[in-house]
Design a protein around this ligand. Structure first.
Ligand code: BG6
Length: 486
């Protein structure tokens, strides 16, 4: 079903996000017949180029990021015909009148302003949108992380945005919320009667959330060195996943109903600060090693520096201090240049209270539910079953395995496809509200401060491994292990 007609302006249109994600996502939705005839896209950037040159840039972006079979039909030209380009200075006057003139004849449509720019440009762009009459009731603002680099700066960014756009027209993207399996977590929890009665400290022993990447920081080292894994991944993606696991059932899928529940989780996170950061957190930085069979450089070499204390790996033992989750650890871990690219959530259930099978049948392992985000999205429920055969009873832990690719046989849409159309639909459920972002910083800030206050460096780990040995010790101290294989 096509969405309502819209004009989408991408600020920073010649950047990496537009090239790798936004243009391919819009093209895929066009291919699926979801863009109405009058939908158009305006690229805006400082880079001087003609419309023709921008079209070439967009065509190349699609060639690079869309399978060739999808580019062979007339849809490619139809998509390119929707594009326009404006040279614009986000902090000056150039180009703003041109942009206003381009969108003015479309005043009856939904206007989406997508800021795929450095965060320092959010305020100047918002001010100019307002000054040139492009922030009125039909205009929506989309911003990408990072929203600030601590609570104080996030508040300033949010205030600058809020001075022009009311909260119900602001869409803060966390692209993890657009991932299919992440939404499936809500379906799994709230559309099945099976799990919710067990979803608490009475039956769940612990939760693991892993977002492991095999790539290093590569050409993003400049940005990354000012952020680190805590700001880049934990403050947003991992905490959002934690919220979806831990939140109370919202009364509806209404944006504020869901976001209210996530906010309560963020506010219930037990503080980690100077006193306990040493026991509850581990940070690491990769050294040269091997990845997928080839030698890869260390972080400092990629950065071109001999000195940086920026973490490329974080493990945290978090706790949600409320009635449902009291004393259930949430082990979070994320890092670059780890052994493989795996993102998954593991719900570890408590063992049975008594085993009648011991000792001959072997030990009874606790059940676990694994929601795998990537690669090969799916859900696995590990159960104890009897090994087949006429002998005595022997038990094995075996997965009930549901792979989305096999079950549905469809292409898994990129998170941005879903999220971009949700903006046009006016659905904020999968976007972060201002108070959520700020609550996440309120928990992260004291950890960052504790790290800054110590003279300890991030622990080195070899590229291509599962991170520093201290991260393994963090969970093994509690008699548990990281589950790397689902
Ligand atoms: C981004 C981070 O938000 O998420 C990157 O800035 C990271 O550092 C990326 O690589 C991971 O996203 P995905 O969808 O590839 O898991």
């Amino acid at each position: 079903i096509p969405v309502d007609p819209f004009v989408l302006t991408v600020f920073g249109a010649t950047g990496d996000l537009a090239r790798r994600k936004l243009l391919p996502a819009l093209f895929h939705r066009d291919l699926a017949g979801q863009l109405p005839q009058r939908a158009s896209i305006i690229g805006a950037s400082r880079r001087v180029m003609s419309r023709g040159q921008f079209l070439d840039f967009a065509r190349q972006a699609l060639v690079d990021h869309v399978p060739a079979t999808e580019l062979s039909g007339p849809e490619l030209q139809r998509f390119l015909d929707r594009l326009n380009y404006v040279v614009l200075d986000a902090e000056g006057d150039e180009g703003w009148r041109d942009l206003a003139e381009l969108v003015a004849p479309q005043s009856d449509l939904i206007h989406v302003h997508y800021l795929a720019t450095a965060p320092s440009l959010f305020q100047p762009i918002c001010e100019r949108l307002s000054r040139h009459g492009m922030a009125a009731g039909n205009a929506r603002l989309v911003v990408e992380k990072p929203i600030g680099k601590n609570l104080e700066s996030a508040r300033l960014v949010n205030a600058a945005i809020g001075a022009v756009f009311p909260e119900d027209r602001v869409y803060r993207i966390d692209h993890y919320l657009g991932k299919e399996t992440v939404q499936n977590l809500m379906a799994l929890r709230f559309a099945n009667a099976l799990f919710e009665p067990l979803w608490n400290s009475g039956h769940i022993d612990h939760v693991q959330i892993t977002v492991a990447e095999s790539l290093g920081v590569e050409e993003r080292a400049g940005y990354y060195d000012t952020a680190g894994a805590m700001r880049d991944m934990v403050q947003n993606h991992l905490l959002q996943l934690l919220c979806l696991v831990a939140m109370e059932p919202p009364a509806s899928l209404d944006a504020d109903a869901v976001r209210d529940e996530k906010l309560k989780v963020l506010r219930a996170l037990k503080p980690i600060d100077e006193l306990n950061a040493g026991q509850l957190t581990v940070r690491g930085q990769y050294r040269a090693g091997a990845s997928r069979g080839g030698a890869v450089p260390g972080y400092l070499e990629e950065l071109g520096s001999t000195d940086s204390a920026t973490e490329t790996f974080v493990a945290v033992k978090a706790e949600v201090a409320n009635w449902r989750w009291a004393s259930v650890p949430f082990y979070l871990r994320t890092g670059k240049r780890l052994a493989s690219r795996v993102s998954e959530i593991v719900i570890g259930f408590r063992p049975v209270p008594h085993s009648m099978f011991m000792p001959a049948a072997g030990p009874v392992s606790p059940n676990r539910l694994v929601v795998r985000l990537q690669p090969d999205e799916g859900v696995k429920l590990w159960l104890m079953i009897k090994d087949p055969g006429p002998g005595g009873i022997r038990l094995s832990l075996v997965p009930l395995d549901m792979s989305f690719a096999e079950a549905f046989n469809v292409r898994n849409p990129d998170a941005y496809e879903r999220l971009l159309l949700d903006v046009v639909r006016g659905n904020q459920t999968l976007f972060m509200r201002r108070d959520e972002v700020e609550a996440a910083w309120r928990w992260v800030d004291p950890i960052l401060e504790a790290w800054r206050a110590t003279s300890e460096r991030p622990k080195p780990y070899t590229a291509g491994t599962w991170g520093p040995s201290a991260a393994i010790a963090l969970i093994e101290r509690d008699g548990r292990t990281w589950l790397d294989d689902g």
